[in-house]
Design a protein around this ligand. Structure first.
Ligand code: SAH
Ligand code: SF4
Length: 354
């Protein structure tokens, strides 16, 4: 009999399941709080449960966890990048950032990614497997425990394509926002996608109050197809139609991610074309100077280019900002650490083991 993933169950599912064992309804809530609010790693720690129940649970279930395998701390701003080891020896990355409004965590949703974007370190390492909802939660819990900080915002922007792991990601969102769990509200959560159009329409129907980030990175198919293979399946027009529909239905502003790559997508003409295509949409453009991933030919746009791009967008009524880069001394963009670990390269950056 394979063990059950108890931390991926909702409170209601736990209640139902425990009822079948003849347990009273409140047991479900008790177990849920131990797993989510306290974050125990064994059933023995659930001290207000009868001994037989603890034993029964231990025989049938496992509690997903994430072990700190490496920790890098930025000397510049204190951003912490974790490499977590999962039960089967796979690794995922996660970044903890402190802003004036609270602590944000960037978590992974898959080990690797199938989408193959040419500028992305994760895309280059290929795909291994999906994460469970409980493994996404375990990243938040492990980072909180290790850092002693309380996470207030979550971005699903680490390794993997969240909408390619739709069911587990949705389950994670419901668990993490539950009042009896970590209680991080949807308005404090962002989900980033490279543009799986069918799933954007599906997500629209859930009417969640999260922020949808869309990795656009180009104003037209010619440029986008060069760096993002997904554009061959759903082109810019189809993607933007889905975004318009999503913003219209949910009333939530779409956040477009645009990695500025020198000489590829950062011309004045690109800015004008982008502004034209986004006209009238409830949106915001987040410009990110592309991160130089070892082994690719991409370079960041100059600061002058970035400013000029923003000013063209703004003149045409599209709100845009250049994102502040945190942790730039520790390669704090996901995919880079796992890749190095795989390549067997020693990591010499500031590693502070407790
Ligand atoms: N798969 C999802 C979420 C994970 S990637 C997505 O693609 O949206 C998170 C963000 O990092 C995306 O916007 C992605 O395009 C961006 N990204 C990946 N590699 C990058 C790089 N080298 N420089 C800047 N941004 C990068
Ligand atoms: Fe996957 Fe996102 Fe990287 Fe593209 S940018 S390869 S979708 S993780």
């Amino acid at each position: 009999m394979s063990l059950q993933d108890i931390k991926s169950k909702t409170k209601e599912e736990l209640q139902e399941w425990l009822k079948e064992w003849g347990q009273p309804a409140y047991r479900g809530g008790q177990v849920f709080r131990w797993l989510h609010q306290v974050g125990v790693e064994s059933f023995e720690e659930m001290t207000d449960l009868p001994r037989e129940l603890r034993q029964g649970l231990a025989e049938r279930c496992y509690i997903a966890s994430a072990q700190v395998s490496r920790r890098q701390v930025s000397r510049l701003d204190g951003t912490v990048k974790y490499l977590f080891r999962l039960f089967d020896g796979e690794h995922v990355e996660c970044v903890l950032m402190e802003y004036h409004h609270g602590v944000s965590i960037c978590i992974s949703t898959q080990v690797g990614c199938k989408m193959g974007c040419t500028f992305c370190a994760t895309g280059k390492s290929g795909f291994s497997r999906n994460l469970t909802a409980s493994e996404m939660l375990a990243q938040v819990q492990a980072a909180q425990k290790d850092s002693g900080k309380r996470v207030s915002n979550i971005v699903l922007m680490g390794m993997g394509e969240p909408l390619d792991n739709y069911d587990q990601v949705l389950r994670f969102l419901r668990l993490v926002s539950c009042g009896e769990g970590l209680n991080i509200g949807m308005r404090h959560i962002s989900l980033s996608t490279c543009g799986l159009v069918d799933k954007i329409y599906q997500l629209e129907k859930e009417r969640l109050q999260l922020t949808l980030s869309v990795s656009l990175h180009a104003p037209n198919d010619e440029i986008r197809s060069r760096t993002m293979p997904v554009n061959q399946k759903w082109n810019v027009e189809q993607l933007l139609a889905a975004c318009r529909s999503y913003a219209g239905a949910t009333g939530r502003r779409i956040s477009f991610e645009y990695a500025m790559i020198r000489g590829v997508n950062d011309s004045d003409a690109c800015a004008r074309e982008l502004a034209g295509r986004l006209e009238g949409m409830l949106c915001h453009v987040n410009l990110i100077p592309v991160n130089d991933v070892t082994g690719n030919q991409y370079r960041k746009s100059t600061v002058e280019r970035q400013k000029r791009f923003v000013s063209i967008l703004e003149r045409k009524g599209i709100p845009a900002t250049v994102r502040r880069t945190l942790g730039s001394d520790i390669d704090a963009s996901c995919g880079q650490l796992r890749r190095r670990a795989e390549e067997g390269e020693a990591i010499h950056a500031v590693v502070r083991q407790k």
